[in-house]
Design a protein around this ligand. Structure first.
Ligand SMILES: [Zn+2]
Length: 151
């Protein structure tokens, strides 16, 4: 079952310039900055109305956020990450309804796999032009360094 929205990722050309607008126009505070070596992206994360917003810039022209900007000729919402209480059954249900899983751009893994905050998976299918990510957020005791996922 989808239980909420973990984050909304927005492709930007310049994280500092974008962040300045969010801070100025929406009063955003509590920003964390990230340089993701594996995903090759620079990001600013902050909470807005209970949902995490991620401003994301690819380091390379072939990166997924750079490609988004190229395709759309503008910045915009790249993907929505939905939280689920059971990622395997979420994926099974989507696939049984015709969805195709997509390899993770950072890990090159298709299907549910570990990220820093939870198990994640991506759909090839775009929903209204947006990529879809699922995340089963780790419970206490679980984590990227803990053992294999148990249902
Ligand atoms: Zn991954």
């Amino acid at each position: 079952m989808i239980t909420g929205i973990k984050h909304i990722a927005i492709a930007v050309r310049d994280v500092n310039a974008a962040l300045k607008k969010y801070e100025g126009l929406l009063g955003v505070k509590g920003v964390t900055r990230h340089e993701f070596e594996k995903a090759r992206s620079s990001e600013a994360h902050f909470m807005l109305g209970g949902i995490q917003i991620q401003l994301c810039r690819s380091w390379d022209a072939a990166g997924r956020f750079a490609r988004y900007i190229e395709e759309h000729r503008d910045e915009g919402v790249h993907h929505i990450c939905y939280t689920t209480d059971d990622i395997e059954s979420e994926l099974a249900a989507a696939v049984s309804n015709g969805a195709v899983l997509k390899p993770c751009a950072a890990c090159r893994v298709t299907g549910a796999h570990k990220h820093s905050e939870g198990w994640v998976a991506f759909l090839q299918d775009r929903l209204s032009g947006l990529e879809t990510e699922f995340m089963q957020v780790y419970k206490p005791g679980e984590g990227p360094d803990a053992g294999p996922r148990t249902a």
